[in-house]
Design a binder for this molecule. Sequence first.
Ligand code: IPM
Ligand code: MG
Length: 364
Amino acid sequence: MKMKIVCIPGDGIGPEIVAEANKVLDRVAQVYGHEIERKSVLMGGCSIDAYGEPLTQETIDACKAADAVLMGSIGGDTTTSPWYKLPPEKRPEAGLLGIRKALGLFANLRPACLYPELAAACPLRPDIVAKGFDMVMVRELTGGLYFGPRSTEERDGQLVATDTLVYSEAEIRRVAIRAFDVARKRRKLVTSVDKANVLDSSRLWRKVVEEVAKDYSDVTLKHQLVDSCAMELVRDPGQFDVVLTENMFGDILSDEASMVAGSLGMLSSASLNETRFGLYEPSGGSAPDIAGKGIANPIATILSAAMMLRYSFDLDAEADAIERAVKETLAAGIRTGDIMHGDTDGLTRVGTAGMGDAIAERIR
Ligand code: IPM
Ligand code: MG
């Protein structure tokens, strides 16, 4: 197969972790006989430095012309970087939100599971860890509070800031359908998370999700309030299969889920629209504090590349090969610093490239 991929390395650790994902993809292409055509474009802070804006039309067009996009991370240190002196719509994050919107990527899938080898990296009690967990967050990605009208204005001599959480039925329905489809291929449980005891948007969310559920009689639907979900994620993460939620709740809960899984460096993600096209990126940020040091964990990006093969190219065997190589690498005791915990006897500490090499050489 010929795959046309656009890479957005971005800022901070982005270029380092994308390089390792590409190393693994090249190995997959070699072993399985595929051809990869790559183009690299700028977005985020590096695009601000080059063009004065975080997302250019050229980057959007390049993405649209590709089969899939592999992204690293964008942004810098929000207290020290000059990018954060710019107006909000010119900052790196506006580029990421903008590309999601421009490509219609409304469904963000973030799988969080506990690798037995990383049990020591999990901050939860051993009896909870022993039960294990394996969930997928399905986060709505192009609506809600992050895209509703916002303003800061002066009223009666003081500044008043407003953000708006807007959802239409159609926006809720399409992401709910995606979550039920995902659940159907897993343990057939959708937990829909909202704040329906307070928010109108959540009450509509619940109504539409219930309508969608009628078409999936084989899938169980549970509703949970977001505050309670945040608590349950650390009390008993094993109860979750597919967690369906709106944009901001999903942003927050997926970081929580990643930490429960041991490290933000392990959490992959796929942002999908109605077609096979997708943007694949680690759920973590640009980690400016460790950028350029060669110590970032590339596993989330490598697993995102596996998701790309699965969702955009239908290459399940190849995606399985990457996931298996990651498991074997962990089982061999190879660790980046963020997942080096507990008894370190028998573990080997590697940097970003060392981890990429270890995974690439286990592709078969
Ligand atoms: C994420 C990030 C982004 C988001 C930021 C950088 C805009 O936190 O992908 O979770 O909030 O979606
Ligand atoms: Mg986030």
